[in-house]
Design a binder for this molecule. Structure first.
Ligand SMILES: NC(=O)c1ccc[n+]([C@@H]2O[C@H](COP(=O)([O-])OP(=O)(O)OC[C@H]3O[C@@H](n4cnc5c(N)ncnc54)[C@H](O)[C@@H]3O)[C@@H](O)[C@H]2O)c1
Length: 443
């Protein structure tokens, strides 16, 4: 692989940036192609040199958090929408006193030998390709959740991580915050007794409204943005941020929030990173509350999952309201009716009558991003190692597959596959990639 960015000559960059670059307050992206850049450290023992793929909300947020570490140097930014790079470009330049290199095609960034690791902050339909290519290029990855858009992609990602021995932290940061680690520790230590039921939920009332088919803004390469997904005529309300409510590019709140809240249930019911997986998943759902709208993801969904060894059920709900409870959360219900409830910001232990009981806290574990940086150096598995969060992501996809298949989907944990046909004929199981994109499964 070449060490030079293939596609970003100064002229090409300016062509792509077009009007957006002309309006930048910083001295234009062209300056990012400094022919004599300051020396950048290349050894992971000194600094972890990072590139960001997808300069949107969460990718940029991860990058800014990592920039607080003196162990990190951000060298490059990549987005298919030049307008989205502007703020990150300014902040990285201010922080390091040098301009980051800017890429349109993430594969050119991955060709760079001096980049140790990448943050994947693209929409879900891009995760598998970005990730497998990053593994092939020998990069460690901070991978946003859910790890994939469908089941077969998740399996390919697990295989790629294993084959190329990459250190991967998934952005399920609840694995590192005190209320969740306290609740998980309480359940794991047996203080709640035998747990027979878990519940996880999120409240949804998001309306996208209607937008006409129109021409994409000049700054956005819409064809690249759609990538391996099915091509749809451009509408302004199906791209940035809103893609999560379109089943073509996201999975609705079952993958968006389910991967956070179901993750806590599975962790509480496990002893470590290997999570229990359901043998059967049944679900119903649809666009029953919000019908006159461009969104395609369900606003209402109920899923019930059966686990063995230990025997328990997990109930997942996307609903309009959850009276008397936080708008999202996870609960563990013991055989005697005691409950642990946890949400972003707090946790409770309740007796069978709903009266609060005394809690026992666990030691803090340290932040999610530092954990990734530490593991890059030690080559240990981070707290949200990809293979572990793949299991949670698969459970979320099974909930969607069951809802769309209209039946019970059965899962074989060892084979990492659906048993039989039910669920396989859904977008949550697989998709035909739009040409020229293809995904390699390194099994
Ligand atoms: N961990 C969390 O708490 C959390 C919170 C929000 C979002 N997320 C996850 O972060 C990811 C991004 O979500 P978001 O809300 O920031 O989305 P976003 O739409 O705001 O940003 C995504 C960016 O990726 C760019 N992009 C798309 N395809 C690209 C490609 N092939 N190469 C380079 N750039 C590309 C888009 O142009 C956009 O700027 C999602 O997977 C989402 O689930 C995680």
């Amino acid at each position: 692989m070449s060490t030079e960015p293939k596609d970003l000559t100064r002229r090409k960059l300016l062509q792509r940036a077009g009007a957006a670059a002309a309006s930048l307050a910083v001295p234009a992206f062209a300056a990012a192609m400094d022919p004599n850049p300051k020396k950048r450290s290349s050894s992971p023992n000194e600094k972890v040199v990072i590139g960001l793929i997808g300069c949107g909300g969460m990718g940029a947020s991860n990058m800014r958090t990592l920039m607080n570490s003196s162990d990190v140097e951000v060298a490059a930014l990549c987005d298919v929408d030049t307008a989205r790079i502007t703020n990150d470009f300014k902040d990285v330049t201010a922080k390091y006193g040098r301009q980051p290199d800017v890429y349109h095609d993430y594969r050119s960034m991955l060709d760079r030998k001096d980049i140790d690791a990448v943050i994947v902050g693209t929409p879900d339909h891009w995760h598998a390709l970005n990730f497998v290519h990053a593994c092939e290029a020998g990069k460690d990855v901070y991978q946003e959740k859910p790890i994939s858009h469908n089941i077969l992609e998740a399996v390919a990602m697990v295989n790629a991580q294993k084959k190329f021995s990459r250190v991967v932290q998934v952005g399920t940061w609840q694995r590192s915050t005190k209320e969740f680690t306290d609740a998980i520790d309480y359940v794991r230590s047996g203080k709640l007794g035998k747990v027979v039921l878990c519940r996880a939920w999120i409240t949804d009332g998001t309306r996208l409204g209607h937008q006409p088919v129109s021409t994409p803004p000049e700054s956005l390469d819409y064809n690249f943005w759609v990538g391996p997904a099915a091509m749809r005529a451009y509408q302004s309300n199906i791209v940035h941020w809103n893609w999560r409510w379109m089943m073509n590019t996201g999975g609705g709140l079952t993958t968006d929030w389910g991967v956070h809240m179901i993750d806590i249930a599975l962790l509480g019911m496990s002893k470590g990173l290997d999570l229990p997986m359901p043998t059967e998943v049944s679900a119903v759902g649809g666009q029953w509350a919000i019908q006159d709208d461009d969104r395609t993801a369900p606003d209402t969904q109920e899923a019930v999952m059966r686990f063995h060894d230990p025997d328990f059920a997990l109930h997942w709900s996307v609903g309009r309201d959850h009276p008397g409870k936080p708008g999202h959360g996870t609960e563990f219900i013991g055989a005697d009716g005691r409950t642990v409830r946890v949400w972003r910001g707090g946790w409770l232990v309740l007796d069978a009558d709903g009266k609060e009981m005394e809690k026992v806290e666990a030691p803090a574990v340290g932040d999610h991003w530092t954990n990734w940086l530490d593991c890059i150096k030690t080559r240990q598995k981070p707290r949200a190692d990809l293979a572990s969060v793949a299991q949670t992501t698969l459970v979320c996809h099974l909930c969607n597959a069951a809802a769309y298949a209209g039946g019970t989907v059965r899962w074989d944990k060892a084979a990492m596959d659906i048993i039989g046909k039910t669920g396989k004929d859904t977008l949550s199981y697989h998709r035909e990639y739009r040409k020229p994109w293809t995904l390699t499964n390194h099994k």
